[in-house]
Design a protein around this ligand. Sequence first.
Ligand code: TXA
Ligand code: MG
Length: 321
Amino acid sequence: MQLLWIINMPIVGASQTNIQNAVNILKNNGVVGFPTETVYGLGCDTRNRTAISRVYALKNRPNNNPMIAHVLDIKDAKTITTGWDSRCDLLATTFWPGALTIILERNPSVPEEACGGLDTIAVRSPHHKVARELLIAFGSTISAPSANISGFISPTTAAHVHDDFGDSLYILDGGACRDGIESTVLSMVKDSKILRLGAVSQQKISEIIGEVTCVDSITQSESPGTRDKHYAPKAKLVLRNKKEIVQDTNNQTVYLLLESGEIVGHNTIQMPKTATEYAKKLYGAIREADKLNPQLICVETPPTTPEWVAVNDRLSRASSS
Ligand code: TXA
Ligand code: MG
C-alpha cells in the first residue's frame, strides 16, 4: 500500500515523511531524485553496488563515468577518501557546504563501481537544505550524477527530472536550484587542477590554495564525463552575436537573447544580463526552447569576461556536434 502511494506521487514536497520515504528507497537498493543548490541529483547509496548499477542504467550513462559522492561534512568526506590534507581542509572550510567538488584517492571501503572503476573519488558537501536533510536522515554518503539522461541537459527543477525519468522515480521537490550550473570539479590528486568549471570560480580557488590550473575541458581525459558532447538539447544549438541574429532570422528558430527587445514574430526567450542570473536560467531556457521542437536554438553569445567562463563552457559544449 505504502509502495503504491509512493509510485503514484513521483514529485513530492520535502516533508519529513517524504524524506523518510526517500531514505527507505535508498536503503532498499533504490534511486531517488533530490535537489542540490547546483542541479538535481540522481542519488544512491555510495556503498550499494545494485543501486549504483541502477543509476547507470536509468541514465544510460557509460559505466566508466564516475559519480560525485555527496557528504554532510569533512568528517564524512574523510571516510570515503584517502589523503585528505590541510589544503582540503582549507577548501572545505571555505567552500562547503557548496558547489566545489574535490577529487582525492578513493578509500578502499568504497566500491570502485561508484567511481567508474577509478582509484579516485569526487566528493562534495551540498548546501541545499533538502539535500542536507536527506543526508542526515540517511546517515551515510549519497552518490549522485546530475538527474538527466546521459549527454542531455542537467535539471534545475523537479519537473525537469520528471521530464527525463517519468513516474517511476521518486523525486523530492526542493524548488528551482540556486546556482543552476554544476559544481566546479577540482582534482587534488598530485597537482591541484580544475577538471570542470562550475559555480565556484578558478580565481576564488586560487585565492585559497594558490594558483590552480584549469585543464582544457573538452580535450582532457581525466574527467570522463566532460570529454564528449554534453549538455545538448535535441535541436541543434548555435551561438551568434546580435548582429548576425538580426541579419538572418528564421521562424523555425528559437532565440535566447541577452538584450531586451524580442525579434518580432519569432519565439524569443529573454536571458538575464548578469552571469549568475543567466546561469540559473540557462538549462530551463534551453529545455523550454527544445520543447517547441525548433529546427535551431540560436543563443546570443554572452560576454567573455571571467565571470561568464562556466556559462560559456556549457554553451560551447551544447553547441558542439
Ligand atoms: O553540481 C554537481 O556537481 C551535480 C550535483 C548533483 O552534485 N552533479 C553532477 O554530477 O554534475 P555529474 O556526474 O553529472 O558530473 C560529475 C563530473 C563528471 O564529469 C565526472 O566525470 C566527474 O565529475 N568526476 C566524478 N568523479 C571523478 C573522478 N574520480 N575523477 C575525475 N572526474 C570525476
Ligand atoms: Mg551530468
